[in-house]
Design a protein around this ligand. Structure first.
Ligand code: C2O
Ligand code: CU
Length: 412
């Protein structure tokens, strides 16, 4: 975390972060997970459309020394997901110490065939984190920790502190694809080019856009992901602009990666169409109101502080239900709304119609202080009357403080 001091960390199959998993659409995954921590944990597959009892939410938590072996079929199409702990009250602590990893879902679509996909060669993971540490290197995660006055806020790319170091990558192909995840507990990260050029965004967090879109920057709230490509003839430095998401946090612009091309190939033009996205006509959808609330130090959804399974609000719905939710932020704080199980489309953002990359599919989206979003989704494939999916703020401290509700999708 900081040079000259040692930090306690955690990881999957290692000391910090975890391996990238590749899942293929239509295949079946089996994971054997052993909890070597000294606390309960769960492993949640963020953004995956899988049964509720395999989702890795709080009801799937397992104790120190125990194992959990989820298995499920991959119904998702090509996209970039991630995995992280999700036990009640300990998510921020466990994630900031390093429990996070990427999941790449591969499919056999024409778009996938046309895009770079050789991991580590022309398909590059970028796991960005802005953490809080004291001068001894101790990583902080809760209010008491964040309010200490000796903190620094290191920015990490793939586990390396980039405050003073800019990582380097030699691209042996002219076109490189990047998959970027904001795995910070709360800070907002905006990715841009240091030379002011555009990024060619190809996917939001739940799959390809209808076509590649030139963007000046990509703003990711906690938990958000995106994919972009760059066709390079000269070196380019990527920058992360950090904005505090919580009571305190990082700030500033960090050069995190310089990509230097060493390639002589000339890639084909990107396909003019990457995906077909039928926009929902929500006129016959069931409407629901969700409020993100605060009561002193407690956080709530629909007035209920979701720190236990009994205290949290539960949204009950039926398999096949098509819904349009208005999510209203009644606080003046920043929130990152995340829904498990199915992707959603944005119908309105603070009263305005979405445009550009906001017409893609999402599972996590910013709700600014006093703002609101309207989203639409369809609950398909999986019903369970015991296990719930979750909806919550992905600022992990807010989630742990109770801004979480259950979602039960039942047969009827
Ligand atoms: Cu990334 Cu409910 O979590
Ligand atoms: Cu929040």
């Amino acid at each position: 975390m900081l040079s000259g001091v040692t930090s306690d960390t955690a990881g999957y199959n290692g000391s910090f972060l975890g391996p990238t998993m590749k899942w293929t659409t239509g295949s079946t995954v089996l994971l054997n997970i052993t909890n070597d921590l000294d606390a309960d944990t769960s492993v949640h597959f963020h953004g995956a459309h899988i049964p509720a009892d395999m989702d890795g939410g709080p009801q799937n938590a397992f104790a120190a020394g125990e194992s959990w072996s989820p298995t499920f079929e991959i119904l998702d199409e090509a996209k970039t997901l991630w995995y992280h702990p999700h036990a009640l009250g300990t998510t921020a602590e466990q994630v900031v110490h390093g429990l996070a990893g990427l999941i790449i879902v591969e499919d056999d679509s024409d778009a996938s065939a046309a895009l770079p996909s050789e991991y580590g060669v022309d398909d590059i993971p970028l796991v960005l984190q802005c953490l809080a540490t004291d001068s001894a290197g101790d990583i902080k995660y809760d209010l008491t920790g964040y309010l200490q006055n000796t903190l620094s806020f290191p920015v990490l790319c793939n586990g390396t502190n980039v405050d003073d170091t800019t990582l380097t990558f030699t691209a042996t192909k002219t076109r490189t694809r990047f998959r970027v995840l904001n795995a910070s507990p709360s800070d907002i990260i905006t990715v841009q080019r240091g030379d002011g050029g555009t990024l060619t965004q190809i996917a939001t967090e739940q799959g390809y856009l209808t076509s590649a879109t030139e963007v000046e920057s990509i703003r990711l709230v906690a938990g958000g992901r995106a994919e972009f490509v760059m066709d390079l003839s000269d070196a380019v430095t990527l920058q992360a602009v950090i904005t505090t998401g919580w009571v305190r946090g990082g700030s500033g612009t960090y050069d995190f990666l310089t990509v230097t091309p060493d390639a002589s190939d000339s890639p084909d033009d990107l396909p003019s169409s990457l995906n077909t996205i039928e926009r929902y006509d929500t006129s016959s959808f069931t409407a629901r109101e969700i409020t993100l609330d605060q009561d002193g130090l407690e956080m709530a959804i629909n007035g209920a502080v979701g720190t236990t399974m009994d205290s949290m609000a539960t949204i009950m719905t039926a398999l096949g239900s098509k819904e349009v939710w208005t999510i209203t932020n009644t606080t003046m704080l920043e929130h990152s709304f995340h829904l498990h199980d199915v992707p959603f489309q944005l119908i309105e953002i603070n009263g305005a119609e979405p445009a550009g990359v906001d017409l893609g599919w999402f599972d996590t989206y910013e709700v600014v202080g006093g703002g609101s979003i309207k989203i639409a989704m369809e609950f398909t494939d999986f019903a369970d009357d015991t296990y719930m999916y979750m909806l919550h703020c992905h600022l992990l401290q807010h989630e742990d403080e109770g801004m979480m509700a259950g979602l039960m999708v039942m047969e009827s």
